[in-house]
Design a protein around this ligand. Structure first.
Ligand SMILES: Nc1ncnc2c1ncn2[C@@H]1O[C@H](COP(=O)(O)OP(=O)(O)O)[C@@H](O)[C@H]1O
Ligand SMILES: [Mg+2]
Length: 515
């Protein structure tokens, strides 16, 4: 649905105001009126307009050029609002001054000027509509953000890894970080770089494996995905190998592994890689295989040991395979502690992704907005930094909602509350509620207490607040609760003071009952 553009008509001569209102009124837009500078500013403060049509000569605090006061204020509050000036005292000087203030059109009240004004208005509306039809550049669910902010270091590092690999020094990597920090997006950009360099690359999003499954299924998953990712390439050695071990004909890329069961997963993976290399080494000097979300191997952790052993095997070392994994940090640490004689963790070089800094956030948002005609004001950018703490998914989600709420192209502080509420509601359903489900009732009570307080609290402060709320039982547990919540990274401690780490989560806890 297209939202109707909103127009504010400012004219201190009541006669003119009525006439213009009648002439410009239309079903295509909504129109507000103001008969003084003061009224215009009050109305604009309260509700934003996409277009302002203002007279220039209006009395205001000693000056006769009240129109300029309107223009200045409007442009300050909403830079993208289009201003059209009308005046009975048209002169080049005025026109010049108006344009300098960011006015889009200047109509002289002479001749057939009402027609002229209609044309100017239509142009301004068309311009506005063009702006609001641009697709939203913020897509929290996608892993190809229009601009990957704050990851220059990682991208440069990856180029280096590729160069080293070409020289025979292969470093397998693992991108680590919490949910939504940008692991998949980074792999996506890595893939683009690798492909630009002419290397075959398979980006494999791993599904969750269940307890009932085995390593073998995991290995089959990798092989099948690689075949899907390299369509059109001649892979006769691999096919022959698979045929030999499974005795099954291979149709297209779909391979049936039914009879492979007796085989060792190590052998299957190792020989598949080696055969695939035989098939493709003339096509690509390196083959990059990315396994996204290896924490999904939780129930079949041995597959990581297998992978590590194979990649360390002299036969595979002679090939040009480069493996890049990604995982949530905590799960990676646990997964790779399974067997301390198999130092999987040290084998893959970690690339730990951090939240974006203030500058990186601002740059990401601004660059993403390029070409849309939409502007976020500085105080909104500030709030995005504050609420997201630099977490890319939260940034995308907040920005998407902010963008959706724009009418005329400017997003300012008035859009903020609604966007935050929408973001919390969404994150609540998809993420935060899961966090809550994984903690004890007393811990929720402690979180509640922390959420109500703007500032970080001491343990004693929390106890006192609980005492006031008559939550005697929880009081005895505060220490344990805080320890647990800290361990789960929901709460951070600093100088004996505690606070909820994720600001949006904090907001969610505040309004949890209402969501
Ligand atoms: N560096 C970044 N700059 C801008 N947006 C990013 C960045 N990293 C991730 N995003 C966005 O954040 C969201 C979550 O990223 P994703 O890569 O899926 O995280 P993860 O795989 O770590 O869970 C995606 O919408 C993505 O577009
Ligand atoms: Mg991901």
């Amino acid at each position: 649905m297209q939202i109707k553009p909103r127009i504010l008509l400012v004219e201190d001569d009541e006669g003119w105001l009525k006439l213009l209102y009648r002439k410009l009124k239309s079903d295509e837009h909504e129109m507000g009126i103001a008969s003084s500078v003061k009224e215009a500013l009050e109305k604009f403060e309260k509700e934003k307009f996409d277009i302002v049509i203002t007279d220039l000569k209006m009395e205001v605090e000693g000056s006769k050029e009240g129109g300029f006061v309107v223009i200045k204020q409007v442009k300050e509050l909403s830079p993208s609002t289009q201003v059209i000036v009308i005046t009975a005292y048209g002169s080049v000087e005025y026109a010049k001054k108006s344009f300098k203030e960011g006015v889009v059109d200047f109509v002289d009240k002479s001749g057939d000027w009402i027609e002229e004004l209609k044309r100017a208005l239509k142009e301004a509306i068309d311009q506005k509509l063009r702006v609001s039809l641009k697709p939203n550049p913020f897509r929290p669910q996608d892993t190809n953000p229009p601009f990957l902010g704050g990851r220059e270091k990682e991208l440069v590092f990856f180029e280096k890894v590729l160069q080293d690999a070409l020289r025979g020094y292969i470093r397998h990597l693992v991108a680590l970080g919490e949910w939504g920090i940008g692991k998949s997006s980074l792999l996506y950009y890595f893939k683009k770089i690798a492909q630009e360099n002419g290397f075959l690359t398979a980006l494999i999003p791993l599904r969750k494996y269940s307890k009932a499954e085995t390593q073998l299924e995991g290995v089959q998953g990798i092989i099948q995905a690689m075949l899907r990712e390299f369509p059109g390439t001649e892979i006769s050695s691999l096919k022959n190998f698979l045929k030999k071990i499974s005795g099954i004909a291979i149709a297209g890329c779909g391979i049936s592994f039914e009879n492979v069961k007796e085989n060792q997963p190590e052998i299957l993976l190792q020989d598949s890689l080696c055969s695939l290399w035989e098939d493709l080494k003339d096509v690509s000097k390196l083959i990059i295989v990315m396994l996204d979300d290896v924490q999904n191997y939780w129930e079949i952790p041995d597959i990581l040991i297998t992978l590590r052993q194979i990649l360390g095997h002299p036969k595979v070392k002679k090939t040009g395979f480069l493996f890049i994994l990604s995982s949530t940090l905590a799960e990676w640490v646990k997964l790779t502690s399974v067997n301390r004689y198999n130092p999987v963790r040290r084998f893959f070089e970690p690339l730990e992704l951090k939240p974006l800094s203030r500058e990186e956030i601002t740059m990401t948002v601004k660059i993403s907005l390029e070409g849309t005609g939409v502007i976020f004001t500085d105080d909104v950018l500030e709030k995005i930094c504050l609420f997201s703490n630099g977490h890319p998914f939260e940034i995308q989600m907040l920005c998407r909602n902010l963008y959706e709420n724009q009418i005329g192209g400017t997003i300012d502080y008035r859009n903020m509350d609604k966007a935050i509420f929408q973001t919390i509601r969404h994150l609540g359903k998809t993420v935060f509620e899961n966090w809550c489900r994984e903690i004890e009732q007393d811990e929720i009570v402690v979180l509640d207490t922390l959420a109500k307080e703007e500032e970080p609290m001491s343990e004693e402060g929390i106890k006192l607040a609980l005492l006031n709320k008559k939550c005697e039982k929880a009081i005895y547990n505060v220490n344990k609760c805080l320890a647990n919540l800290s361990k789960k990274k929901l709460v951070i401690q600093f100088n004996e003071l505690y606070t909820i780490q994720d600001k949006l989560f904090k907001e969610y806890i505040k309004i949890r009952g209402q969501v």
